[in-house]
Design a protein around this ligand. Sequence first.
Ligand SMILES: *Cc1c(COP(=O)(O)O)cnc(C)c1O
Length: 392
Amino acid sequence: MDFELLKAADHEYVMQSYGRFDVAIDHGKGATLWDVEGKEYIDFTSGIGVSCLGYGDEGWANAIHEQAMKLGHISNLFYSAPYIGLARMLCQRTGMSKVFFANSGAESNEGMIKLARKYSFDKYGKGRGTVITLNKSFHGRTITTLAATGQDVFHNYFFPFTEGFRYADANDLDSLETVAGHDVCAVMMELVQGEGGVLPLDKEYVKKVADLCAQRDWLLLVDEVQTGVGRTGSLFAFQQFDVQPDVVSFAKGIAGGLPMGGIMANAKCAGVFTAGTHATTFGGNPIAAAAACHVLERLDDVVLDSVAEKGAYLRQQIEALDLPCLGKTRGLGLMIGIEVKGDKTNKELAAKLIENGLLCLTAGPGLRLLPPLTITKEEMDKGVAIMKAALS
Ligand SMILES: *Cc1c(COP(=O)(O)O)cnc(C)c1O
């Protein structure tokens, strides 16, 4: 297949809302991908943290195939086994009480915000709808989740945005107190800020925020759209932060490559959504749910433990290259940020790596790596060798 023809057709028929790299991916196996012209790439992106089991995974494909042959979709007016089994597994492995299924990260966060406002409305009435989020956060691209996102660059063009958000600096309890008030119903945060630059929050800070939330009956909303589903070395990142959130959102990796998201609530919040107060046509779709069940079965303790080991190994190998354009690495598990130094931007470095056969991402001013959780040592070594060759 000719890349230039594909690109021309994209430009003719598809809205140009993405700044794409000059690559069209055709297929993959494990953490290795091939483009339409047969060129090989090592994948340090998993499609922005989605393809957690890598590509061409037989177990995953079989789970989808079997469910598609049985029942591809049925509305939420009826029960079906896959989403129920998935909800049970999620609750049993997280200590959360009940799940609502959605289809994307932004939509899951919308649900989480709606839940917080309704929790507060049911208990206190109107006037307590404000959600505090953090600067450098990212919560999605709908009008409301853009408003929730604590970065000014996202607050443009689409006025009027949803009201009821205020922003505090991460890891700064005084900043949170400054924007607090009688109108607040929740604090919403990513435990490792992803798009903002792979910025992990301090454990002590998160615990103090959780305490403050408990004191004031604010809900603690944790956006695990990127950090969830094994990415950080535990099934969800909050399990490493010694807090039990009121509501947790997830999406990206949950179904290993099919569109799915959702929220989990603790016992206090599990009954907030009553019949008719929140819904979505595709939520808990049987095929997506079957894929997600397979993903969760695969992410056992052995695999989760290997995520931390692989992350440590990859960071150590990258730092050992001692490249002049790269600084320190940071992150949790296989969610890795790399500082960019010198006169080249992160975008320029990413383009250079991709040209040389390594797919990687940017976040904030740095590079970001989110490899498939199943990546092998050989694939990591190949990727690091490409970094060395391309950036030396
Ligand atoms: C990707 C992401 C979102 C948005 O998810 P979509 O599926 O693109 O809507 C929200 N929050 C975080 C933390 C994310 O990383």
